[in-house]
Design a protein around this ligand. Sequence first.
Ligand code: ACO
Length: 313
Amino acid sequence: AEMTPEERAFQERIDAEIKIEPKNWMPDAYRQTLIRQISQHAHSEIVGMLPEGNWLTRAPTLKRKLQLMAKIQDEAGHGMYLYSAMETLGADRDTEIAKLHSGRAKYSSIFNYPTLNWADMGAVGWLVDGAAIVNQVVLQRTSYGPYARAMIRICKEESFHQRQGYEILLTMMRHGTQAQQDMVQDAINRLWWPALMMFGPSDADSPNSAQSLAWKIKRMGNDELRQRFIDQTVPQLEFLGCTAPDPDLKWSAARGHYDFGQIDWQEFYEVLKGNGPCNRERITTRRKALEDGQWVREAAVAHAAKRQQKQST
Ligand code: ACO
């Protein structure tokens, strides 16, 4: 179909690497795709606080507890930042959060897995935030200005998260007992494949990729990012002295990349449908948090009304 002048100007801007800003004209499908991706991303940050919150009261030292608390607070900040970026597109925060709470919105599959031992706090920081960085570094160049700028700050904080996670694991491997070293390997065994699933389905099965790449919302395909993550992570895995639960993982000199085994896509789609190990628990916890905070919101509104009344008299 012929492009309208507006559509042509929009695509020229994208092609010239000029950011699209909230007040610029944009195709409705571009707006809806961004609202979808940014809201899912924001939900992921918020739900992502829960697996780690599980270990706050049981962190082994005060220092570890402070680090973990700081990281979880960063994630809350990322969520708020992303909801704000989403609002610049005209979406309503309460509406989108209501979709999350009624199970109609997606968030990253990874947060539907349990965190069973302290080494999971290391493995989540290292693998989950590590995967998030690989995905988000590229999104710093996404075509929508507010989202791109949010990613710059978020990536800086994510790299602190990744390092603190790796340092937890390195400490356990270098100075820990055999039981603690076994916990590290156990955490990696459980989180390795789910971390690889974070990048989404293979490009051929990714319904949104082609259009999102053309609009430069996405700058790289799911498979390319997944491969980049594996290539970066395997040397770190070896430095830890651990292994991945993948017998097919090996360096390919011919490809210049690590080969790896088949991802269990059936498991991925079950988690997306709400049938992962913790989906129900996560949503129930979020809903309860909203209900428990109801009196705080009511008190804040009442307080604001009183103050306004005082000022006007
Ligand atoms: N978990 C849950 N849903 C997923 C996942 C995943 N790991 N991967 C893909 N999906 C969903 C997509 O959201 C899409 O859903 P929808 O079309 O019903 O809305 C569907 O599966 C098909 O996938 P794609 O066509 O590949 O979707 P998309 O182009 O949006 O790519 C991706 C998915 C790569 C996750 C992209 O949305 C993205 O880069 N998002 C920003 C990063 C992000 O959200 N990170 C969150 C985890 S990191 C963190 O928060 C610490």
